[in-house]
Design a protein. Structure first.
Length: 190
């Protein structure tokens, strides 16, 4: 048998106060009140960075210590993970009135993992001065970083259609692998 039942009146202002506090918290963190998903470019960038970090751990890949969210472009002049954003665009393109279809917004993001390359030629020497082993090591780094991005892709709910992973050749002692992924506001992080 359970204890006595207690009846109490709900505070009529409690729900309104709780909703107002939640709205302020969502505005401060850039998340949606209805889904809790990130909805500002900055919040989406930080959520994407967190997903890349988790994917790297899952793949056993050590990422560079410097990690930033930044408006594109950024120079690839040091070892870093950079989540870059450029704009908001409506999607899909509208052919007529949007009476039945609400506007959705898409943000093109790029994530770049830049590392010092083992395949850097000696000062004033051609690429042929780089050993085959060093070139193979550079290819392994690029392949591992591409696998991190493939793993991260599986952790997103919905993305735009123009997704790519680009493994750039080393330049100036650095090499960068870039993941281009359009994220949908309120849809990519569910």
């Amino acid at each position: 048998m359970s204890g006595p039942i207690s009846y109490a009146r709900m505070d009529p202002y409690y729900e309104a106060l709780a909703a107002e506090q939640q709205a302020q918290e969502n505005e401060a963190t850039g998340t949606s009140q209805s889904t809790g998903a990130p909805e500002t470019l900055d919040a989406m960038g930080h959520a994407l960075l967190e997903i890349v970090e988790q994917a790297a751990v899952a793949r056993g890949v050590q990422l560079p210590a410097r990690r930033v969210v930044y408006p594109a472009p950024i120079p690839a002049d040091c070892e870093q993970v950079a989540v870059l954003f450029t704009e908001w665009s409506p999607t899909p393109g509208q052919d007529g009135p949007t009476i039945c279809q609400p506007w959705r917004w898409i943000a093109p993001f790029s994530v770049a993992i830049t590392r010092c390359t083992p395949a850097a030629p000696k000062m004033n020497k051609p690429l042929s001065s780089v050993t085959v082993e060093a070139m193979m090591a550079a290819a392994k780094l690029a392949s591992d970083d591409a696998e991190v991005f493939l793993e991260a892709m599986t952790r997103l709910s919905e993305v735009g259609s123009d997704v790519s992973i680009v493994t750039n050749a080393p330049q100036g002692g650095m090499q960068t692998v870039e993941w281009n992924v359009p994220l949908i506001s309120g849809g990519s992080f569910l």
